[in-house]
Design a binder for this molecule. Structure first.
Ligand code: HEC
Ligand code: HEC
Ligand code: HEC
Ligand code: HEC
Ligand code: HEC
Length: 208
């Protein structure tokens, strides 16, 4: 209860300043391209009735306070099995996490290097094979990510170089099937650690 009130107060304070800062931050981005943002893909998000980013006031509110519907994935993928039973490492699949800004999600071809022969009789693997056969990618729903409105530039690589474990920001993936937003990644979450580790808290480090 206390924490919720604190968050609400924080949110309202941000709401007040964001009106001013929005213009400021927006002005900084010559390369700004909403289409390139890796934020969650909300159905109908392009209709732009309320603002270009939010089809309705309710969507804007949900976005701002980080209330998002739990994503429903097209295939019942399991992190637990691949990490614990198969013994794979995060970066076997999320190949960009230690080298660049985006961690990336593997394409269906990567999955099928194994599943051409492994568990081929299982219904979920049949679905997987069908995507490849149709020449389609799997439409995974985004779990983490920011609204385009926040103008964020997150970069994985410096964190991995500084030995920040994936777990700190994404929870213990060895215990889950599909990913869930188990860590609430707010501005306070980023700033607290940056202060603790003497990393920069300059607005332009994280915002464009
Ligand atoms: C290195 C080999 C390998 C790769 C790459 C791989 N898997 Fe698997 N996967 C396995 C193994 C081994 C199992 C366990 C099979 C079993 O329990 O019989 C498994 C199990 C599964 C299952 C559970 C099947 C069931 O119903 O029991 C799903 C779903 C699955 N994988 C999806 C994927 C997807 C999606 C990808 C790509 C993102 C992928 N796998 C990549 C080896 C792999
Ligand atoms: C300091 C916090 C932090 C750490 C550490 C971190 N991530 Fe992330 N991760 C994020 C944030 C924030 C996003 C959303 C970024 C966005 O949408 O711009 C994200 C997004 C992702 C995505 C979605 C695809 C993408 O590229 O955006 C995957 C997959 C992912 N992370 C995997 C990993 C793996 C694997 C590790 C460890 C090797 C890791 N992350 C470490 C914060 C972190
Ligand atoms: C065999 C491939 C594979 C391995 C290994 C793997 N993942 Fe994933 N990961 C996926 C797939 C496929 C998805 C998309 C489905 C989902 O959201 O669960 C995903 C999704 C994610 C997401 C959510 C991305 C987003 O924002 O939509 C995070 C975070 C993530 N993985 C972190 C990790 C971490 C951390 C590890 C290691 C502890 C790891 N993964 C290991 C295949 C893998
Ligand atoms: C658990 C600690 C931790 C968390 C949480 C964290 N960071 Fe960092 N961040 C670091 C460290 C450590 C560095 C590396 C500083 C260095 O290399 O000097 C860093 C570096 C960065 C850099 C690169 C800075 C530069 O000078 O190039 C960016 C951008 C960044 N973080 C953004 C974020 C954002 C956005 C979030 C929240 C989504 C976040 N960080 C959360 C610890 C953290
Ligand atoms: C270490 C990274 C980091 C730094 C430094 C940082 N921010 Fe943020 N900021 C974030 C993240 C992450 C979010 C989005 C949180 C979310 O989606 O809930 C955010 C959100 C915001 C928002 C709300 C945007 C919206 O409408 O959703 C404003 C305004 C903002 N930041 C302003 C600032 C200002 C001003 C500074 C400098 C004093 C600053 N930020 C420094 C990470 C950072």
């Amino acid at each position: 209860m206390l924490r919720q009130q604190h968050n609400l107060g924080y949110g309202l304070a941000l709401a007040a300043t964001s009106v001013l800062l929005w213009g400021l931050l927006k002005g900084r981005g010559p390369n700004y391209d909403p289409a390139a943002q890796s934020g969650p893909q909300e159905p109908g998000a392009t209709s732009g009735v309320f603002t270009p980013a939010h089809p309705s006031l309710a969507d804007a509110w949900r976005d701002f306070f980080n209330r998002r519907p739990a994503p429903e994935q097209p295939i019942a993928y399991t992190h637990k099995v691949h990490l614990v039973k198969v013994g794979m490492h995060c970066t076997d699949c999320h190949v960009g996490a230690d080298t660049g800004p985006d961690a990336r999600i593997p394409g269906v071809k990567v999955c099928m290097t194994c599943h051409q022969v492994i568990a081929t009789d299982k219904p979920e693997i049949k679905k997987l094979a069908a995507y490849l056969q149709r020449g389609e990618e799997i439409p995974w729903q985004r779990v983490y990510g920011f609204t385009a409105l926040a103008h964020l530039k997150f970069n994985h690589a410096p964190h991995i170089r500084a030995s920040v474990d994936c777990k700190v920001c994404h929870g213990d993936m060895t215990q889950v099937t599909v990913a869930a937003r188990s860590v609430d990644i707010t501005m306070g979450f980023c700033i607290d650690c940056h202060k603790a580790k003497n990393a920069s808290i300059d607005c332009t480090v994280c915002h464009f």
